[in-house]
Design a protein around this ligand. Structure first.
Ligand code: NAP
Ligand code: MG
Length: 402
C-alpha cells in the first residue's frame, strides 16, 4: 500500500558511484513505498554532452515549476574528464548553472548519529552553514604590479555622472591588488533564503562579518541582512527564532563552544572555508546533506559529496565497494518531506521521517559502511558493502511502515 504523493518531484540523475547508489535507493527505498511521479532529467556526463548541457537548464526550469528537486552528484568536468568522456567542451558545473537559475543559497546540514561522535565534543545538534554563493573573491579582478605606482578603485556611473575614485595604495615597488564586488539584490536574496530556511527548520540564525575593519563592504552586508530580518520580524517571532549578528571571529569562537542547532549564515569565502571545517568536524562527507533554497521558496536537495570516483573505478574492476549512501538517502527524504509539507500531506512527511529514522537506527545498530566504521564509537568489527547497507535499510523500512 504505497503512500500517494500529490505533486511531482524533479529527479536529477548523476554520475559514477553515486549514480549506482541513486538507482538502488530509488528502486529499493522509494518506489516500493511511494506512489510518486518523478520528472526525470539525466544529468549524467554523457547526456549533458549530448544535449549541449541543455538538460541541466531544463532540470532547473522544472524545479522552478514544481518547487522540489532531488539531485545525484555529478561530474564537474576538468581537462581530464573532457578526455575521459570525449566531451565537446568543458561544460560548466551543473550546480553552478542550477544555482544561478534558481538564484539560490546552499545550506549544508550534517546528519547526527549517536555512535558517530563529532570531533568537537560539545556539538550535539547540526550546525548548518548557509553560504552566500555569489561574488566577493569568487568574481574578483586582480593584478600583480611590478613597479611603483598608484592603484585606485574607479566607479563610472552608467548615467554619465561624475566618476568616483578611491585610492587603494601608492606602491613604492612590486605588489598585488584585488578588486571585488557584490550586489544589493544578491545579498538580499541570500538573507531571504536564510530566513526561509531557518523558519522551515525552526532554528536560530547567526551571521558574522568583519564590519569593524570593512566598515563599508562588510557593513553593507550587515545592514542589508538586518533590514531583511526586520521585515520578517513577525514570522521569526512566531517560529521562536533569534537573530544574532557577530564579528566573524566571535562567531567562530562561539560555534566551537556551542552545542549546535543553529543556521550559521556566512559570506562567500567564510562559507567555503567553514563548511569544510564543520563537515570534517561532524565525521564523514557521507553524512553531509545539502539543500539549495531560492528566495521564492524552491528547494533542491542533494548529498554534499561528489561522485566518489575512486570507488566507482573499483566497482568497474568488479571489486566490492563500501560507499556510504546515507547522505544520498537523506537527499531523497529531504525532498519527499518538503513535497509533503508543501502539498499538506502529513502521511508523505511521515514516510520521509520513517526512512530517516530507519537509516539512523541501522547505523546505530552497528551496520555501516567503511568510512563510518573507521570513526564509530563503540567500535564495530565489520563493515557493510554498498548494496548490502541499502538492502538492510530496505528490509527494516518494510517492517517499519507495515
Ligand atoms: P568525492 O566524490 O566527494 O570523494 C572524495 C573521497 O571522499 C572519496 O574518494 C572517498 O574517500 C570519500 N567519500 C566521499 N563520499 C563518500 C561516500 N558517500 N562514501 C564513502 N566515502 C566517500 O570527491 P572526488 O572523488 O574528488 O570527486 C569526484 C567527482 O565528483 C568530481 O568529478 C567532481 O567534479 C564531482 N563533485 C560533484 C559534486 C556535486 O555534484 N555536488 C560535489 C563535489 C564533487 P576514499 O577514497 O578514501 O574512500
Ligand atoms: Mg571549501
Amino acid at each position: 500500500m504505497a503512500v500517494h504523493v500529490k505533486n511531482p518531484i524533479v529527479e536529477l540523475d548523476g554520475d559514477e558511484m553515486t549514480r549506482i547508489i541513486w538507482h538502488s535507493i530509488r528502486e529499493k527505498l522509494i518506489k516500493p513505498f511511494l506512489d510518486l511521479e518523478l520528472k526525470y532529467f539525466d544529468l549524467g556526463m554523457k547526456h549533458r554532452d549530448d544535449t549541449d548541457d541543455r538538460v541541466t537548464v531544463e532540470a532547473a526550469e522544472a524545479i522552478k515549476e514544481f518547487g522540489v528537486g532531488v539531485k545525484c552528484a555529478t561530474i564537474t568536468p576538468n581537462a581530464a574528464r573532457v578526455k575521459e568522456y570525449d566531451l565537446k567542451q568543458q561544460w560548466k558545473s551543473p550546480n553552478g548553472t542550477i544555482r544561478s537559475i534558481l538564484d539560490g543559497t546552499v545550506f549544508r546540514k550534517p546528519i547526527i548519529i549517536k555512535n558517530i561522535p563529532p570531533a568537537v565534543a560539545t556539538w550535539k545538534k547540526p550546525i548548518i552553514i548557509g553560504r552566500h554563493a555569489y561574488g566577493d573573491i569568487y568574481k574578483n579582478s586582480e593584478l600583480v604590479v611590478d613597479s611603483a605606482g598608484t592603484a585606485e578603485i574607479v566607479f563610472t556611473p552608467a548615467s554619465g555622472g561624475e566618476k568616483k575614485v578611491v585610492r587603494i595604495h601608492d606602491f613604492k615597488g612590486p605588489g598585488v591588488v584585488m578588486g571585488m564586488h557584490n550586489t544589493e539584490n544578491s545579498i538580499r536574496s541570500f538573507a531571504q533564503a536564510c530566513i526561509n530556511y531557518a523558519v522551515s527548520e525552526k532554528i536560530d540564525i547567526w551571521f558574522g562579518a568583519k564590519d569593524t575593519i570593512s566598515k563599508q563592504y562588510h557593513g553593507f552586508f550587515r545592514d542589508i541582512f538586518a533590514g531583511e530580518i526586520k521585515k520578517a520580524e513577525g514570522q521569526l517571532q512566531e517560529a521562536g527564532i533569534q537573530y544574532r549578528f557577530m564579528l566573524i571571529d566571535d562567531a567562530v569562537a562561539q560555534v566551537m563552544k556551542s552545542s549546535g542547532g543553529m543556521l550559521w549564515a556566512c559570506m562567500n569565502y567564510d562559507g567555503d572555508v567553514m563548511s569544510d571545517m564543520v563537515a570534517s568536524g561532524f565525521g564523514s562527507l557521507g553524512l553531509m546533506t545539502s539543500v539549495l533554497v531560492s528566495p521564492d521558496g524552491k528547494f533542491e536537495y542533494e548529498a554534499a559529496h561528489g561522485t566518489v570516483m575512486r570507488h566507482y573505478y573499483e566497482h568497474l574492476k568488479g571489486n566490492p565497494t563500501s560507499t556510504n549512501s546515507v547522505a544520498s538517502i537523506f537527499a531523497w527524504t529531504g525532498a519527499i518531506a518538503k513535497r509533503g509539507e508543501l502539498d499538506h500531506t502529513p502521511e508523505v512527511v511521515s514516510f520521509a521521517q520513517t526512512l530517516e529514522r530507519t537509516v539512523i537506527e541501522t547505523v546505530e545498530s552497528g551496520i555501516m559502511t567503511k568510512d563510518l566504521m573507521l570513526i564509530a564509537a563503540p567500535k564495530v568489527d565489520r563493515y557493510a558493502l554498498t548494496e548490502e547497507f541499502i538492502d538492510v535499510v530496505a528490509g527494516r523500512l518494510a517492517k517499519a511502515v507495515a
